[in-house]
Design a protein around this ligand. Sequence first.
Ligand code: GFB
Length: 295
Amino acid sequence: MVGSALTRRLAAEDCEIITATRKDADLTRQAEVEAWMAKARPQAVFLPAAKVGGILANGTYPAQFIYDNLMIATNVIHAARMVGVEKLLFLGSSCIYPKMAPQPIREEALLTGPLEPTNEWYAIAKIAGIKLCQAYRRQYGSDFISAMPTNLYGPGDNFNLETSHVIPALMRKAHEAKERGDKEMTIWGSGSPRREFLHVDDAANALVHLMTHYSDEQHVNVGSGTDLTILKLTQTIADVVGFKGEIVKDTSKPDGAPRKLMSADKLKAMGWHPEISLEQGLANTFEWYMSNNSR
Ligand code: GFB
C-alpha cells in the first residue's frame, strides 16, 4: 500500500523510479538484497517494505513479525551503505512508543517505558531499524533517516478479515453486512480505544518531503494530529458504506493500546500538512475496494 502510493507520488518528481518486487529480491535474504542493490545502484532508497498486519495478526505470527522485519531492515540498510546510497528513508510505526506514553506522543518518548504487548514483536524490529539508521549515520556518515507513520489506510490496503488493520476490516464487514441485509455487524473489542489515521497519499507526500528536506538522527512522526474512538470510526465507515444496522461488540477480541495519538509538530514545522480528511479518505478507499474487491 505505501510502496504503491510512493510510486504514484514520485511520478510527479524528476526522478527515475526503481522498484523491487519480491521476485526481484526477497528482502529477508541478505545475498539477494546485496545482489539487487549492486545491480540497481539507487541514489536514494525508501524502505516501506515490511511484514505488517492488524492487532490479531501481530499476536498470531510473532516470530514472522520480528524475524522478517529485523531481516528486511538489516539487509536493506547494510546493503545500501555498501553501495554508497546517498540517502535512505526507513519507515516504522506509531506502535514503537510505550503503551502509556503521554499523548500526543512526541519523538522523545521512544524507549521510555514498556511496549503494548499485542505488537511488541513488530515494535522491537522497527526500533532496531531506527537504531540501525542512527548507528550507520554516526559510524559511517550515511544520510539514513526514519519516519514513524501513524495507522495508515487507503487504496491497496489488505482487506483480509483475519490479518488486516481496522479500517479495511470494518469497511468490508459493513459492506458485506449491507449486501446480505444483516441487521448488525460485529467489531472487535470494546470500541473505546482511540486511533489516529492518515490516508496513504498524505503519508507519501510526507515521505517525499522528508527525503528532500530532512537529514538528522532523530526519527520523525507522520500523523494527522487527530484521533477518534473505534466506535465513532465504525459509525463513520457505516455512513460511507451505507450500512444502517446495529454495531455489536465482540469483547473476546483484544483492544490493544488505549490510545496512540502522535504529535506531528516536528514535521509540520518543516512545512508538511495533511490534506485528506478522514471522510474523504474513507470514501476514496471504499471506491478502490469496490473496484478491486473481486481480487
Ligand atoms: O488496526 P488494528 O488491527 O491495530 O486495530 P492496532 C485497531 C483497533 O480496532 C483495536 C479494533 O482496538 C481493535 O480491537 N477493531 C475493531 C478491529 N474491529 C476490528 C476488526 O474487525 N479488525 C481489526 N483489525 N481491528 C496495529 C499494530 O495496532 O497497528 C501494528 O498491531 C501496527 O503493529 C499498526 O502498529 C499500525 O492499531 O491496535
